[in-house]
Every structure is written in structure tokens, then in C-alpha cells.
Write a protein that binds this ligand. Sequence first.
Ligand code: SF4
Ligand code: MG
Length: 317
Amino acid sequence: SPDLAERIANLAGANYQETRVRAVNGVSLKVAEGEVLGLVGESGCGKSTLGRMVVGVETPSGGTLSWRGVALEQMTTQQRRAWELEVQMIFQDPFASLNPRMRVEQIVGEAAVIHGLIRRSERRDYVADLLTRVGLNADVMSRYPHQFSGGQRQRVGIARALALKPRLIVCDEAISALDVSIQAQVLNLFEDLRQEFGFAYLFISHDLGAVEHIADRVAIMYLGRLVEIGTADEVFENPRHPYTRALLAEAPRLDRRGHSFTPIKGEIPSPLNPPPGCAFHPRCPLATAACKTGVPDLREGRDGRRTACILEQEEVA
Ligand code: SF4
Ligand code: MG
């Protein structure tokens, strides 16, 4: 629908240079209103960089970021302000992202006051309501971050994001640092909040189980490039890219069809010096000589599946 098309965050062809490393190269992603897009890959693949670019914490040296159909450079002051509020981030380490000298009431509610979403006199009630929605007691608002457990701190971080009425929340490894027993609770909270508020998530994680649980669509990233994107069912039930298959081989519980894919071999190469051709070729069980020269683009096959693998593209050609 036209409505959906307008409400898209699209990061196309972004080249972010960090100590002269191209962490993200030619990646194009769209997030639709209310959807959960999982972004998966090993650490160092560039997925965090991509997430930070979507929120504006890092600036791409090229490419465009659009929000509601308007590119960042084209935005009016008002549109830019809307984007800043509507796209929020939840970090891996809630402790590092919460000011240790502020009480929870201020941490969660102050930005909403500053941006004029609420009056200062309303802050207390506003924060009380948000804390309840994330499963905390309203009376914790007078406490400081160090007085909470990791799971509680992450709930405070979630309340802080909610306070700005986001339409897209970027979660960067948002449950990875939590105790395993707490992870499922926080993941369920993410689901409940999405049901309640209807916002979208860009859910960045190396945890395939968590992604399978929450995502509608899944994008797989390897050394700064997208290698496969599809619905969660497509990607988990019938992965096409050899890298996706290798990731699933390491999480056999998630392999619904009981494939026997070859687990991934070797270490992830340095992004400083990525292998030529298909960057996955040194680790790929199907690599041929052709894989060492051509860089496969992410392309749509006849069946609509999108992968960046020479073999897949030959099959449909
Ligand atoms: Fe493997 Fe070649 Fe496909 Fe790359 S292009 S994933 S090396 S088969
Ligand atoms: Mg990371």
C-alpha cells in the first residue's frame, strides 16, 4: 500500500569508513511499518554499524537514509526532528547507556519533556505508566541505574525508548548481555510492546534462536554485505546462501527440515583485508574458481528469493 511505502527506512549503498574500513558496503534495507526485520551475522560483520547509521549515531560517507520516504539530506527541520524521535535504539549494554547520576524518572522522561511531548508536571505520571508497561514497579523511578539488575536496566532502557513514541526501534544485541533465564522474558516483552504499540524493530543479533522467535523477515550479513534476505520462514526453512546454511548448521535446533548442512569452517576474515570475489569463498564448501573473482550482488531469483551467491544466480539464469 502507498501508506507502507512512505513509511520506510531505507539505507542504500552506504559506505561507512571507520579507520578506513568499509564496514558496510552497498547494503540496501527497507523496514516496513510495524514489521520486525532481523539482521544476523557474526560479530564484526558490520551489522552494528548499519544499526547505528539507521538511528543517526554514525554517519554514512555515502548512500542515503530515508524515513517516511524522505532522504535525510532533504528533510525539513521538522521532518528531521520527527525522525530523531521516531527512530530509537536499545543497546546491548544498558548500564553503559544509562546515565549513572540520573534517577530513572529523569532518564526515562526528560527527553519527552525537552521535545515537548509532555509537560514537566506530567513527567511523573508519564514515567510511572511507562515503567508499568515494561514490567517494572512505578516506584523504582526514584532509583539510580546501579540499583538494578541487568534485566531491569534493560527494561529501563526500553521505557526510555518508548517515552519518545517511536515507530522504529533498533535493537542492537539487546538481549545478548542478559542472563539466559532473563533473555526470553525480555524477548517476550519486545513482542508484547510491538503488539501494543505497532512499531517496527530492526532486530540486530547473532542469536538465530532469538531472531527466529521475533522476526518477520531476516537479512543475513557477511563482512559488510547482505548475502540473503527473505521472510523468516523462507530463510529458516529453506536457506539458500551457503553462509546462511552454515549458520543454521551451527544451530541444529533451528533447522526445521533437518538438513545436514556443513558447519562453518575457519575464522571470519578481517574486514581490513576482505577476500577478493565472494568474500565468503575461503569458508564456503561450494566455492569454485569463479567465486574468487566476481563479487555476487544480492539479486532476486525467479522464485523471488534474494541471495548473493553465484551458484544461486546460475541456477535461475
Ligand atoms: Fe560460496 Fe561461491 Fe556462492 Fe560465494 S558465490 S557463497 S563462494 S558458492
Ligand atoms: Mg556488534
